[in-house]
Design a protein. Structure first.
Length: 504
């Protein structure tokens, strides 16, 4: 019976010595190279070094030596070549982890790319009916067990291992591509995204759905995958959806800000006050729906704010930092998840992906909030105070599900209508909330309305009945002349942004 051969050439050397000993016990001849060969020789495993298989130039490093035709022939046509390879354990350098360190130059990172190893693993996986391809040390034990008991591995398992090998190579290549593509300039004809599992999640939106969190590779972890859970049980799938909405909103605010989100819908927001006051005002925006929300801040949470948080029921609290005093206050709330997200930066090349049946919808991230100039279209221009409130409300509307209507006084929301099939319905909901929860407003308060999409005459009529003094909307429709005339009749100030902010 002809002796079988195993090629062992790995960057992750976990368990490789034990695996080599087991293969030798099963009668395999071991071929290896580079650091893998050095480790096996130190462990006194009998091996044949790759450089001895052919007359290769001495200056060649191991990556060049691994490209010799004899190895590829042994993997591609074991029955015909003078040397046949029956098993190949090969894995590639973890470029994602190397690039994420951040201190290596591009040239240094490129040195970790081993084209020979990638090509050999693909050659083995391509010929999976005759060659066992392994890229994951976790598969060594099962492989040894099958070979010991049955002398071979079932074809189905060989196919699974081959698929895993191709996936390993694809992930590696996609990570390199993402690392080199510093700037997102267009939508390429072909596009592979490298993702690494960040963590398993207990379940998805519903308990019967499995779920996990992945992050993009080839760069330092940032955004939600970089969140640190300081207290409480693990975040759920729905928590991450809420966190995305809340964190995006407060991160775009330049003043101190607070946002409450529940079921990925904005409950209330406030900005520009003391952090504790921001929280109080955001909560009072919709006290009936605020319990059980996620709260996000864009400043370090202090003890005063922590005491207010401790007095109510919240699922999660997220901020760049929590002061030591705040942490002491909140540690008594065992069921409250405390999360820090140090960076509020949005990558310039970040994109937005929506899965659809059979594909993905891809768009640029909506990073434009307001144009340089906001156009007042009514006879009465907004006052300085009104304009400040209008800009705040517009930003809130940007982060609210369409159709969205936001009623604000100062820099706090008092009524939010979201996720409606029409702007009219969204306005009615926002007005209903404001009347029920804020029936009396101070005369000095300017009540303003923001809409993420253009408003029809019906919408303006609804707003007029509630004492709205200023409106901000995209404009740009056939209704504009009529809505401007109606606002002039009532002394309402209205501005057009020329920018729409639909969010689905």
């Amino acid at each position: 019976m002809e002796q079988k051969t195993a090629l062992l050439y790995v960057s992750d050397r976990t368990g490789i010595v034990e695996f080599a000993f087991e293969l030798s016990r099963l009668g395999y001849a071991i071929v290896s190279a580079g650091a893998t060969a050095k480790l096996l020789l130190q462990a006194e495993v009998v091996i044949e070094e790759v450089e001895n298989l052919a007359d290769l130039p001495e200056p060649w490093d191991v990556r060049l030596k691994m490209t010799q035709p004899r190895l590829f022939a042994g993997l591609s046509m074991p029955g015909a070549a003078d040397m046949h390879i029956d098993l190949a354990a090969i894995n590639l350098y973890p470029i994602s982890e190397i690039a994420e360190k951040g201190y290596l130059s591009e040239t240094e990172v490129m040195e970790y790319i081993d084209p020979g190893a990638s090509a050999l693993l693909k050659a083995a996986a391509r010929n999976f009916t005759q060659v066992i391809s392994l890229c994951d040390p976790m598969d060594y034990e099962d492989t040894v067990s099958a070979l010991s008991e049955f002398k071979d591995i079932h074809l189905k398992r060989r196919r699974e291992l081959a698929a895993k090998s191709f996936s390993h190579c694809s992930y590696h290549d996609a990570t390199v591509a993402q690392y080199l593509a510093h700037d997102w300039t267009a939508f390429p004809e072909e596009w592979v995204i490298g993702l690494k599992k960040n963590q398993d999640i207990k379940f998805g939106e519903n308990p019967h759905q499995k779920a996990a969190l992945y992050r993009r590779t080839g760069e330092r972890p940032w955004g939600l995958p970089a969140a640190k859970l300081l207290q409480g049980s693990a975040l759920s799938f729905n928590h991450y959806l809420d966190l995305e909405t809340a964190w995006d909103l407060v991160s775009e605010q330049t003043d101190s800000a607070c946002a409450l989100v529940k079921h990925a819908s904005l409950v209330g927001a406030a900005a520009g006050y003391r952090l504790s006051e921001n929280f109080r005002l955001a909560w009072e925006s919709d006290p009936a729906n605020a319990p059980g929300s996620l709260v996000a801040f864009n400043r370090e949470v202090d003890a005063e704010t922590a005491k207010q948080i401790a007095d109510v029921y919240l699922e999660c609290a997220v901020a760049p930092e929590f002061s030591q005093e705040a942490a002491e206050v909140l540690k008594l709330k065992k069921d409250l998840r405390i999360i820090t997200l140090p960076s509020s930066l949005i990558a310039a090349k970040e994109i937005n992906i929506h899965p659809i049946s059979g594909g993905l919808l891809v768009q640029e991230q909506n990073q434009h909030t307001l144009p340089v100039e906001i156009r007042a279209v009514t006879q009465r221009a907004p006052t300085e105070t009104e304009m400040h409130t209008l800009k705040f409300s517009w930003l809130i509307a940007k982060h609210t599900k369409s159709s969205a209507a936001v009623l604000s006084c100062g820099t706090r929301t008092i009524g939010i209508g979201s996720g409606q099939p029409s702007a009219t319905e969204a306005i009615r909901i926002a007005l209903f909330k404001s009347r029920n929860r804020h029936p009396i407003l101070a005369p000095s308060d300017s009540l303003v309305l923001a809409s993420d999409g253009p408003l029809s005459m019906d919408c303006i009529v609804e707003a007029m009945h509630t004492g709205v003094q200023a409106i901000i909307q995209p404009g740009g429709t056939s209704h504009d002349n009529h809505t401007v005339h109606a606002c002039n009749q009532k002394g309402i100030s209205m501005v057009f942004t020329g920018l729409r902010h639909f969010r689905h």
